[in-house]
Design a protein around this ligand. Structure first.
Ligand SMILES: [Zn+2]
Length: 261
């Protein structure tokens, strides 16, 4: 059998998660576990390597739920808090393994340095503070992670540049409203596409459901999964019924296996 890459959806919710604190919206009160969505992140594992894409405020809980005991790096899409606020919780990995590699656009690294200055400090380090090994990501320069090539894909979240990533036949894009043609070419031929679908109403910086379905059909991956979902999109079970055959809503703790060719 071929080597496999395993994708675990750690969180599939938009920035507030589902349920939203204090909300009486029916989706926030749903008893269906697929309607409970932590902040968006995925674990990508192969040959004993574990990488996460983003580490939002639910990172600790996500690592515990999935019994992740080692971490080879974090690939960041962008600096918004729902994608970065859990970085302090790399501490248990840091204590066991040393500096944790992070991969991000320079702007994102600069933002993390301002907001988590103690992680990046060279002198007078607080005992117990974690440390990272910084890797800058450039739009058209693939890089190596865990002996695999990772292809950065540039997209736009309203006017903010974000990175998605292609690892083998897996493509992960979130917080996307627009992808330019030259970057679309990097996605073509992927077997599994993950992309954001916020809600039915249009939004200035995210694909709504219709835009996400159009994008999925344009790419034509074997399977497409939607993530970064708002409670306003509706109940998982009902939305799922409206989607084309090879397009699904992701849900927390869903796992996919993709052959590594
Ligand atoms: Zn987000």
């Amino acid at each position: 059998m071929d080597d496999m890459m395993t994708i675990t959806f750690l969180g599939t919710g938009t920035s507030q998660g589902i349920p939203v604190i204090g909300s009486n919206h029916p989706v926030c009160l749903s008893k269906d576990s697929r309607d409970k969505r932590l902040r968006v992140s995925v674990l990508v594992s192969w040959n004993e390597y574990n990488f996460v894409i983003d580490c939002g405020p639910d990172f600790r809980q996500q690592m515990l739920t999935n019994s992740v005991s080692s971490l080879d790096g974090i690939l960041f899409t962008h600096e918004h808090a729902d994608h970065t606020a859990g970085i302090d919780d790399i501490r248990p990995f840091f204590f066991r393994q040393g500096d944790i590699p992070i991969f991000a656009h320079k702007r994102v690294i600069d933002s993390l340095k301002r907001r988590f200055d103690y992680i990046f400090a060279d002198e007078n380090r607080y005992p117990g503070a974690p440390a990272v090994q910084v890797n800058e990501v450039f739009k058209d320069t693939p890089f190596e992670a865990g002996e695999m090539d990772v292809v950065p894909i540039e997209a736009f979240h309203n006017r903010l540049q974000v990175f998605g990533y292609r690892i083998g036949d897996f493509v992960y894009l979130t917080d996307v409203k627009r992808v330019e043609e030259d970057q679309v070419q990097k996605i073509m031929g992927a077997k599994v596409l993950v992309v954001n679908a916020l809600r039915e109403e249009p939004h200035h910086s995210h694909f709504n459901l219709e835009e996400a379905v159009e994008f999925a059909e344009m790419i034509g991956a074997d399977k497409t999964y939607f993530t970064h979902i708002s409670h306003l999109l509706g109940f998982h079970e009902e939305v799922e019924k409206k989607l084309p055959d090879n397009v699904h809503l992701a849900y927390d703790n869903l796992k996919l296996n993709i052959p590594i060719s």
